[in-house]
Design a protein around this ligand. Structure first.
Ligand code: SF4
Ligand code: SF4
Length: 437
């Protein structure tokens, strides 16, 4: 395979190839530049998390520890709150009063995606960064495995995710269409045990299919598409139940009167600091799968990733391949972290494209593969693209700061009272049902 690629490069215009090779000998590449951006945002995320932890400790101890102001950036970790904030804004024109920074961050991700496709995922998102580091580490490990083991460690997570998706996706669809709800399973069990058993058998068969069927009749791309239905199911679940069905006035009422919402960020932190056994198992499995599968979380489960991928279709920034000069070396396809067959496209239209520039960086022929501004044919250098993605994000944050849409108006005293009383049942919520005060 490697020698075939080398041959095709040799067959090409040697001067164009060598010129590109000379360029790539420079230390700074799009990958390194991206890592600088990723590491910066990752450090910022750790800093925000640590500041928030210190703030919560201060409130819990009644002011006995050092005071640190609550960092609003922590609201970025409330995905359900973000969807609620979006609906509230669309319905009332007002910003979520409890988590304004969360809304601003979410809105900026959406706008960035419409303009620059999924650049946020590969240049900013700290979860995307962890995913990428995990699979790059995995690539190094699997390079030491033999072919068979390598195939199975990479294929197993996708096959399992695909099998589970064949069970979960129809269930979520039936729930969204209000044909069934959680109680339907109980009812089915008691009313028609045999029908219930048929359903369970169907689920078991769904889990076996991806492992049992040969590739000829079950291609990898089918398996991958079914597995990716997870993230679209999650997105549909949030979109239908919050953005479509929940009236904006009701969300306003929840923001004003539900005690749970006032400490949702603290509850989220507590969830991660006191993980249940089940959560540890699920998160560990996800992490291990992320090592052996490129962008496992982003590709199969992230509802934000699904949303920004869909919005990204509007973007005029696209990877464009020049068919005339392409030497079909496949390098771009091999390096693509989301398995796009770049070598077969003229323009990469894909909701999975991360705008990461890895394919551009790998192409050995000058002016053959570039990010371009469609309609203008202009080549966009990675520093410009990064500047636009990161710049717009930063402009959003700072505009929110100076216009008063970054910090909420909840007084410190209220946080101290609530955080020291978190065991109170009024801070619990069950299946989206909140107590109000
Ligand atoms: S097509 Fe290129 S820019 Fe898009 S994800 Fe693949 S390697 Fe990155
Ligand atoms: S576009 Fe892809 S296949 Fe064509 S020369 Fe560049 S890296 Fe090779």
């Amino acid at each position: 395979m490697a020698s075939q690629k080398e041959n095709s490069i040799q067959k090409s215009d040697a001067s164009r190839v060598s010129k590109k090779k000379r360029k790539s000998s420079s230390w700074m590449t799009s990958l390194r530049f991206r890592w600088i951006s990723q590491i910066s945002f990752f450090i910022l995320t750790i800093y925000v998390g640590w500041m928030f932890y210190l703030f919560v400790r201060y409130c819990e101890t009644g002011g006995a520890t050092v005071y640190v102001p609550r960092p609003p950036g922590v609201e970025a970790f409330l995905p359900i709150g973000a969807f609620m904030g979006l609906k509230y804004f669309l319905g009332t024109g007002k910003v979520d009063p409890l988590h304004p920074a969360g809304f601003v961050i979410f809105a900026s991700i959406l706008v960035t995606s419409i303009l620059f496709q999924r650049g946020f995922c590969s240049w900013i998102c700290p979860v995307g960064t962890i995913s990428e580091w995990a699979w790059r580490f995995g690539d190094w490990i699997t390079s030491k495995f033999n072919k068979g083991v390598k195939y199975w460690v990479e294929a197993f997570p996708v096959k399992l995710t695909c099998g589970l998706s064949m069970i979960s996706t129809p269930i979520v669809a039936l729930m969204l269409l209000e044909i069934i709800d959680m109680g339907s399973f109980k009812l089915l069990y008691y009313k028609s045990f045999s029908l219930f058993m048929v359903m369970i058998s169907g689920m078991i068969i769904a889990l076996i299919i991806p492992f049992a069927l040969p590739r000829k009749i079950w291609p990898a791309r089918v398996e991958d598409s079914i597995a990716r239905a997870w993230k679209y199911s999650l997105l549909a679940f949030f979109a239908v139940n919050i953005v479509i069905k929940m009236p904006a006035e009701q969300i306003g009422l929840i923001f004003a009167k539900a005690p749970y919402m006032k400490v949702a960020d603290v509850m989220m932190m507590k969830f991660f600091l006191n993980l249940s056994i089940l959560a540890i198992i699920v998160l560990s499995a996800m992490f291990v799968f992320s090592i052996f599968n490129k962008n496992y979380w982003c590709r199969y489960f992230c509802p934000y990733g699904a949303l920004v991928g869909i919005l990204g279709w509007a973007s005029v920034f696209r990877i464009v391949r020049n068919k005339e000069t392409c030497i079909d070396c496949s390098k771009c396809t091999i390096v693509c972290p989301v398995y796009i067959e770049v070598e077969k496209k003229s323009i990469v239209y894909s909701e999975e494209c991360l705008g990461c520039y890895d394919c551009v960086d790998s192409c050995p022929v000058d002016d053959t593969l570039d990010m371009k501004l469609l309609g203008f044919g202009k080549k966009i250098h990675y520093t410009v693209y990064a500047g636009l993605v990161v710049g717009l994000f930063v402009v959003f944050m700072n505009t929110a700061r100076v216009t008063g849409y970054w910090h909420n108006k909840v007084p410190l005293q209220e946080y101290m009272e609530r955080i020291s009383d978190l065991d109170n049942p009024k801070y619990k919520h069950e299946q989206g049902k909140f107590e109000v005060e």
